[in-house]
Design a binder for this molecule. Structure first.
Ligand code: NAG
Ligand code: NAG
Ligand code: ZN
Ligand code: ZN
Length: 445
C-alpha cells in the first residue's frame, strides 16, 4: 500500500537521531499511554495466554539447535498463516520475517530468537524435551511464543498501526551468528528501530529491567591444541606431558584478568573445556582446551584476545609443548557488546512505565553475558531489556543454561504486550513527529 512517500523524509528525520521521534512526551493527552494498558489486558485474556503457553510447550518438547530450527520455523509460519500475516521465508536458513501494518514506512522491528542448547534437560515435567541432549534452557521457546503473542495483538489492532511492524524470528542466537545472517539477508533495510527481550529467572514477574548504554559484554571463543609427546605414564622422562602443560596454561590464563586488566573495567576469561587422554596410565599426545572471553569495550576485548594467544603459546613452550590457538572466525564467534540506544531507553521507560507502573521498570546492572542482538544495534538503533519471571511464592528459578532451567509462563502476557506496545506506539510517535515536522508531506490522512 505505497501511498506514503516517507522514505526520503524518514531519512532526514534519522539525521536527528531516534530520540527526535519522541520529543513530544505529552503522551497522556492523545491516548498513547492507553496502548500499553489495553494491549496487556488483551494479552492476559485466557484465549491468548493459553495459546502462547501451548506454542511454547510444543517448541519446548522439540528443541532444535542453531540453523536447524526447521520444525520451530514451520510452526511459526503455520501460526502466521492462520492469522493472515504475510512473511518472508527462508531468511538466514530457518528465519521468518513477518509484516503487520500498512506495508509502508516507518518500520519498526521486534525480535525473538528460536534456537535451543546442546544439553540434556533434567526437569521432569509433562512437556520435557523429547530430544536427548537438546534443551530450551535459555527460554527462546518462550521468546517465540511471546513474539507470536505480540503478532496476534498487533494483527487484531492493525487498523491502528501507522506504519509497519517487522517480526523477526531469528535462528542461531547461541553463538551461531544468526543475527548477522538476518542483517546480511537485508531484513532490516529501512527499519528505524528494533526491540528485543530476554526472560530473566531472577527478576520479579511483572517487571522489566534495562538501562541506556552497555548492558551486555562482547564475547569471543577460543580453542587451543597443546601438543607434547605421548607415552607410558610411569616413564614421564620419555614423554612431553601436555596435561601438565595445559594445566599451567589454564592457571596462567587466569592472571590476565586478575593482574593485567583494570579492575574497574569488567572482563572475564574462562576455560570451560578440557579434553585429553583416555587412560589412567597413558600420557596423551595432546590436550585441547577451549573457553570464552568477555569485555565491555572493543579495546579490552582485543587486548584479551592478543594476550590469550600469547599466554597459551608461551606457557606451553615453557613445558616443551607446542600450541596452536584458534579464535574461529570473527564473524561467527565474536559478539560485540550489547549497547542500548539512549533515546530508545527514554521511550522504553515511558511505554513500560505506562503498562507496568514506573516502580516495576527498573535499572539493570550490566551483565557479563552477551547477546547477538548486539549485531542489530551496530546497524540500527536498538533496545534490549529483561523480562522478569520470578514468583516468590513458587520458589526460585534456576539460571539460564542450567539443565534445571524453567519458565514462568505467567510472564508471557507482559512480554507479548511489551513487544506489541513498543512497536505500535513507536510507529504512532514517529508518525506524529513526521506530521509536526513537515505537514506538506502529510496531507493524505
Ligand atoms: C614443536 O614444533 C617443532 C617445530 O615444528 C617440532 O620440531 C617439535 O617436535 C614440536 N614439539 C612437540 C612436543 O610437538
Ligand atoms: C505468583 O504465584 C501465585 C501462586 O501460583 C499466584 O497466585 C500469583 O498470582 C502469582 N503472582 C504473579 C505476579 O504472577
Ligand atoms: Zn543462552
Ligand atoms: Zn538466550
Amino acid at each position: 500500500m505505497g501511498f506514503f512517500k516517507w522514505v526520503s523524509l524518514i531519512f532526514i528525520l534519522n539525521l536527528f537521531g531516534p530520540r527526535s521521534a519522541f520529543s513530544d512526551s505529552s503522551s497522556t493527552s492523545n491516548g498513547l499511554s492507553e496502548i500499553p494498558k489495553r494491549f496487556l489486558q488483551y494479552a492476559k485474556k485466557p484465549e491468548l495466554f493459553d495459546w502462547m503457553v501451548g506454542i511454547r510447550r510444543k517448541i519446548h518438547e522439540n528443541p532444535e539447535l542453531g540453523f536447524e530450527e526447521f520444525e520451530t520455523s514451520k510452526l511459526i509460519r503455520a501460526e502466521l498463516d492462520k492469522m493472515g500475516i504475510p512473511y518472508n521465508y527462508p531468511v538466514a536458513v530457518t528465519g521468518v520475517i513477518g509484516f503487520i501494518g500498512t506495508g509502508g514506512a516507518p518500520f519498526v522491528a521486534i525480535r525473538a530468537d528460536m534456537d535451543a542448547l546442546a544439553m540434556q534437560e533434567m526437569v521432569e515435567w509433562e512437556h520435557k524435551s523429547r530430544i536427548p541432549g537438546k534443551m530450551h534452557a535459555c527460554g527462546h521457546d518462550a521468546h517465540v511464543a511471546m513474539l507470536l503473542g505480540a503478532a496476534k495483538i498487533l494483527q487484531e489492532h492493525r487498523e491502528e498501526l501507522k506504519g509497519t511492524v517487522i517480526l523477526v524470528f531469528q535462528p542461531a542466537e547461541e553463538g551461531g551468528g544468526g543475527a548477522m545472517k538476518v542483517i546480511d539477508a537485508g531484513a532490516l533495510e529501512n527499519v528505524n528501530a528494533i526491540f528485543g527481550l530476554h526472560v530473566a529467572p531472577n527478576l520479579p514477574v511483572g517487571e522489566a529491567h534495562s538501562r541506556a548504554g552497555p548492558i551486555g559484554a562482547g564475547s569471543g571463543f577460543f580453542e587451543a591444541v597443546i601438543s607434547g609427546k605421548g607415552g607410558h605414564a610411569a616413564i614421564p622422562q620419555h614423554s612431553v606431558d601436555p596435561v601438565l602443560a595445559a594445566s599451567n596454561v589454564i592457571v596462567s590464563l587466569q592472571h590476565i584478568v586478575s593482574r593485567e586488566a583494570d579492575p574497574l573495567d569488567p572482563q572475564v576469561v574462562t576455560v570451560a573445556r578440557f579434553q585429553g587422554g583416555g587412560a589412567f596410565n597413558v600420557i596423551p599426545d595432546s590436550v585441547t582446551i577451549g573457553g570464552t572471553f568477555r569485555a565491555f569495550s572493543k579495546e579490552s576485548f582485543m587486548r584479551l584476545r592478543h594476550r590469550i594467544k600469547e599466554v597459551i603459546t608461551g606457557q606451553a613452550a615453557v613445558q616443551r609443548c607446542n600450541a596452536t590457538v584458534n579464535f574461529f572466525t570473527e564473524e561467527k564467534n565474536f559478539f560485540p557488546p550489547t549497547v542500548n540506544n539512549k533515546g530508545l531507553h527514554e521511550y522504553f521507560l515511558d511505554v513500560a512505565g505506562d503498562m507496568l507502573g514506573t516502580h516495576r521498570v527498573k535499572d539493570l546492572k550490566p551483565l557479563m553475558g552477551s547477546e547477538d542482538f548486539a549485531f542489530y544495534q551496530e546497524v540500527i538503533p536498538g533496545y534490549f531489556f529483561l523480562l522478569g519471571m520470578e514468583n516468590g511464592t513458587r520458589g526460585r528459578l534456576e539460571s539460564s543454561h542450567s539443565p534445571y532451567f524453567r519458565i514462568n509462563e505467567d510472564a508471557f502476557p507482559y512480554g507479548a504486550a511489551l513487544h506489541a506496545s513498543l512497536a505500535a506506539r513507536y510507529l504512532l510517535e514517529f508518525q506524529q513527529e513526521v506530521s509536526v515536522s513537515d505537514r506538506n508531506y502529510h496531507d493524505e490522512l
